[in-house]
Design a protein around this ligand. Structure first.
Ligand SMILES: Cc1cc2nc3c(=O)[nH]c(=O)nc-3n(C[C@H](O)[C@H](O)[C@H](O)COP(=O)(O)OP(=O)(O)OC[C@H]3O[C@@H](n4cnc5c(N)ncnc54)[C@H](O)[C@@H]3O)c2cc1C
Length: 489
């Protein structure tokens, strides 16, 4: 293993180890963003509460354990897109994050939109606190490395790290995250010095100077971060943001008393059913779409599973862009700042797509685009990729994901948004559900649709860890398990 990986073999894994006490089961969590961290927290709590021994390996190639992609930012103006009351790491303790923030000296109420940086530190702090509580029962190792291969068999799950080092675990939880799209990679000219494929990488945006023209590809949450950060530091800089639909996330409304009765979810067999239900609500409750969207949220997985494959595809093609900007809203403060930028023409948002990119002198680009249906050439000093999440996770270049797909350890769900999983989070390979390999977070989007925000992943973390510990306590079966009743595709 590479980097500052620390690995000591704490437990005897040889069969028939005589009189030595039985070894604690080994659970590996691959990925330590919010999903992996919440899964680790749940495992620790369950072991502490149930007096169970465990050896927990938390593995992330970045060497950070907690923040992941979304909460790694150090910019205090990058706010959570949900109020503090919605962001507790623990579903059974909804004020946990609010109390943590108050203890850090933050001026916080349940309705406050705190910086994302705070949330990253909260996740790490919660993990370390649970590790302390579980000391004596659970040994924990934080490994900084990339896992390149995962192979389950009848003796457990075998991991191979990037440098070829092997490791065996009794159960593995995949929390590989959201992945990002890089739509321009194939179109960029050689040596694209001023293309920021990953605006999150350390210091990437610091290279941009005042007065420059920045073309941002994508108009979602990442674009909002980029535009707000750049314009705050550079008063003469202009941002031109482009995406297929040119839709920008709506803002939350500052907390107000609820004005409509709770909405019951529709019985929807088709996209038409869903749209009719939404239109009826709009007619009956003009101006209250936020409540409508929030009411539907706990029912999203069920609604998604009611749709057949054809309807799911139609939803993705036609409704999803609208759903995204209504459902994934930004903080009211960020919404106000964004409006100001648009009104002052420092941010321009267009619907369109890029067809080609040419160099423009020693530094800069001429971007051939189609905007509002017309061919246009856009001049830019910098291009920033803000395309956000990989729409089709299974097309990601993550070597681990590709190995598992190639070896039939996992299989794509029918929409190819993610991988097939059972209701309790076991991954489904070519022919069967795994006994010891679980997944949570964005990998499950095809099964659950909404599967990457904290309220969803903390629920999955609780359910999966219960299933992992139940599996470890049960008599050994072979992996994989035969499918009972099949998995809906
Ligand atoms: C800009 C932005 C803002 C957001 N704001 C909010 C918000 O306010 N509220 C909310 O609820 N949600 C928000 N989200 C949704 C957010 O994605 C989730 O809350 C959460 O970050 C998902 O975490 P994750 O662990 O699933 O994924 P990630 O954060 O992507 O973490 C996955 C981790 O796995 C590691 N990894 C992957 N493959 C391997 C491998 N082979 N070996 C080792 N390590 C590996 C990666 O290094 C990474 O650290 C936001 C998302 C974005 C992008």
């Amino acid at each position: 293993m590479t980097g500052d990986t620390t690995w000591t073999s704490t437990f005897d894994t040889t069969p028939g180890a005589g009189d030595r006490p039985p070894r604690a089961p080994v659970v590996a969590v691959i990925g330590a963003g919010a999903s992996g961290t919440l899964a680790a927290v749940q495992l620790l709590r369950r072991c502490t509460d149930g007096g169970r021994r465990l050896h927990l390996l938390l593995i992330d190639r970045t060497g950070e354990f907690g923040p992941g992609v979304a909460y790694r930012t150090r910019d205090p103006h990058h706010l959570l897109n949900a109020p503090a009351r919605a962001m507790s790491a623990l579903a059974d303790d909804p004020d946990h994050f609010v109390r943590w923030a108050a203890a850090q000296g933050r001026d916080v109420t349940p309705g406050t939109f705190l910086p994302r940086d705070d949330y990253g530190r909260y996740l790490t702090g919660t993990l370390l606190a649970e590790e302390d509580r579980a000391a004596g029962l659970v040994t924990v190792e934080h490994l900084t490395d990339a896992v390149d291969e995962v192979r389950p068999d009848s003796t457990g799950v075998h991991l191979t790290f990037a440098d070829g080092a092997p490791l065996r675990a009794d159960a593995v939880i995949l929390a590989l995250g959201v992945g990002t799209d890089d739509p321009l990679a194939a179109l960029m000219p050689a040596a694209p010095d001023r293309y920021l494929a990953n605006p999150w990488s350390d210091g990437a945006l610091h290279r941009i100077e005042d007065g420059q023209r920045v073309l941002v590809l994508g108009t979602g949450l990442t674009m909002v971060d980029v535009a707000l950060s750049l314009s705050r530091h550079h008063p003469r800089l202009t941002v031109h943001a482009l995406s297929r639909h040119g839709l920008v996330p709506h803002a939350h409304r500052p907390a107000a008393a609820r004005a409509t009765p709770p909405t019951a979810p529709p019985r929807a067999r088709s996209v038409g059913d869903l749209l009719r239900h939404a239109r009826r609500h709009r007619t009956d409750n003009p101006g209250h779409w936020r409540e409508y969207v929030d009411d539907l949220r706990p029912h999203v997985a069920e609604l998604w599973q009611q749709l057949d494959l054809d309807a799911r595809r139609r939803f993705l093609a036609h409704v999803n862009p609208l759903w995204n900007v209504h459902r994934h809203r930004i903080a009211p403060e960020a919404g106000r700042d964004l409006d100001r930028l648009i009104r002052s023409e420092r941010l321009r948002v267009d619907a369109g797509h890029v067809r080609g990119v040419r160099g423009d002198g020693p530094a800069g680009y001429l971007v051939d685009a189609v905007i509002d249906g017309c061919p246009r050439t856009v001049r830019a000093d910098w291009i920033v990729n803000a395309a956000g999440f990989s729409r089709r996770l299974v097309d990601q270049r993550n070597p681990l994901l590709q190995q598992m797909l190639a070896d039939d350890v996992v299989r794509p769900d029918a929409t190819r948004l993610g991988i097939d999983t059972t209701g309790d989070g076991r991954v489904v390979g070519a022919h069967a559900a795994s006994r010891a390999l679980f997944a949570l977070g964005a990998l499950r989007r095809g099964t659950l649709f909404e599967s990457s925000a904290v309220p969803e992943i903390r629920g999955q973390a609780a359910a999966i860890t219960a299933a992992v510990l139940a599996m470890l306590a049960a008599p050994r079966a072979r992996d994989p398990l035969p499918l009972v009743g099949g998995v809906r595709r």
